[in-house]
Design a binder for this molecule. Structure first.
Ligand code: FE2
Length: 308
C-alpha cells in the first residue's frame, strides 16, 4: 500500500526525490571529515534533501551542510547498500526523516508494520524529528504513488489528529505534518486549508512541516492570499520549513515539480515566514533536473541572504 521502495531501495516519486538505483558512486573515505554530528539541529540550520545524484560529490567532499533530510521509505528495507550510504552520511551530519507513505488520511488503518520499520529507522539515525504529509496515498492495500488531497472537513480533522498523535507516540520523537501543494478543491470542504491543517496539528499535539513553496503554489492555483495561510500558523510548532522550485504550466497552473530554483515570490514568502516565526530549520528540495551539489548548496545559501 505504501509509496515505499522496500523491494529495491529506491523508487521514483515526484515528491520522493530518489529515483532508480542507477550507477551509484562508491563511498570514498575521507578521514579528515568530522565524525558523528550531534542529532539536534540548530534552530536556524540549513539542510538539503539527500539525492543519489549528489552522492559522488558528497562522499568525496563532505561539504558543509547543516543536515540532510532523507526519504524514509528509501531506507526502511533490508537492502544493505542504501543503509551503508545512510550510515556514512549520518556519521557526519544530522539526518531527519521525511516519509511519503504513511497514508494518514487513507481509508485503511495505519500500517503498523510500516510504523515499526519507521521507528527502527528513526532510532537508527537518531532523527531529531520525523515528518510525512497530510494526505492519503492509497486504498485497499494499493498505493497510488502520489500525495492525494482530501476534503477539509471536521470528521477528517479527527481522523488525521488521532492517527498523527498515534504516530508521534510510536516514534517517541516530534512528528510533523506537511501541507500539500493543491490542484483541486472539494465542494464538501467546510474549512480553509489552513483551518484544516492547523486544527489537525493542534488536536494531535504534533508539529508543522511547513512547505512555503506548496503554500505559494496552492495560493496561485486557488486564489487565496498566502500571507493569510502563514498568519494561521503557530510557529512555535514548526519543525522545519521546505523551500523548492515549481513549474508554471501553459494554462497558468503552478505544479510543484521541484525541478527549478526557488522563485522570487517564494523567497519573499519564506522571508515573511521568517519575520513571523523564525528561526526554523530550512530544507531545500530538488527532485528533478537536479543540479550539481555545489549549485544546490548555493541555492540553499540564498535562504540566509533573504532572511530579514
Ligand atoms: Fe515539501
Amino acid at each position: 500500500m505504501r509509496a515505499s521502495a522496500d523491494r529495491c531501495g529506491f523508487r521514483a516519486t515526484r515528491h520522493g526525490a530518489i529515483v532508480a538505483p542507477v550507477s551509484e558512486p562508491s563511498i570514498t573515505a575521507n578521514n579528515d571529515a568530522p565524525r558523528r554530528a550531534p542529532a539536534a539541529l540548530a534552530r536556524d540550520a540549513l539542510g538539503l534533501g539527500l539525492r543519489i545524484a549528489h552522492y559522488g560529490y558528497l562522499f568525496e567532499h563532505w561539504p558543509a551542510v547543516g543536515y540532510f533530510e532523507v526519504i524514509s521509505e528509501n531506507f526502511m528495507g533490508p537492502a544493505l547498500p542504501p543503509r551503508q550510504r545512510l550510515d556514512a552520511v549520518r556519521a557526519r551530519y544530522p539526518v531527519v526523516l521525511h516519509g511519503v507513505g504513511l497514508n494518514l488520511l487513507g481509508p485503511d488503518p495505519l500500517d503498523e508494520a510500516y510504523l515499526d520499520a519507521l521507528c527502527r529507522l528513526a532510532d537508527h539515525v537518531d532523527a531529531p524529528f520525523v515528518t510525512d504529509h497530510l494526505c492519503w496515498t492509497g486504498a485497499r492495500g494499493l498505493s497510488h504513488h502520489d500525495l492525494l488531497p482530501a476534503p477539509y472537513v471536521p470528521e477528517l480533522v479527527e481522523l488525521a489528529a488521532e492517527r498523527a498523535a498515534h504516530v508521534q507516540r510510536r516514534l517517541g520523537r516530534p512528528f510533523g505534518l506537511e501541507n500539500l501543494s493543491s490542484y483541486v478543491e472539494f465542494r464538501r470542504s467546510t474549512m480553509t486549508e489552513w483551518e484544516f491543517y492547523t486544527s489537525v496539528v493542534r488536536t494531535a499535539g504534533c508539529s508543522f512541516m511547513l512547505d512555503v513553496n506548496n503554500i505559494y503554489v496552492s495560493s496561485q492555483n486557488h486564489g487565496f492570499d498566502p500571507l493569510d495561510y502563514l498568519r494561521a500558523i503557530d510557529f512555535s510548532r514548526v519543525l522545519q520549513v521546505h523551500i523548492a522550485g515549481h513549474t508554471r504550466e501553459p494554462d497558468g497552473t503552478l505544479v510543484d515539480t521541484h525541478d527549478h530554483p526557488v522563485v522570487d515570490a517564494v523567497w519573499a514568502l519564506y522571508a515573511a515566514a521568517w519575520r513571523m516565526g523564525g528561526p526554523f530549520p530550512t530544507l531545500l528540495e530538488w527532485d528533478e533536473r537536479i543540479p550539481p551539489m555545489p549549485d544546490a548548496l548555493a541555492e540553499l545559501a540564498k535562504a540566509r541572504a533573504v532572511r530579514p
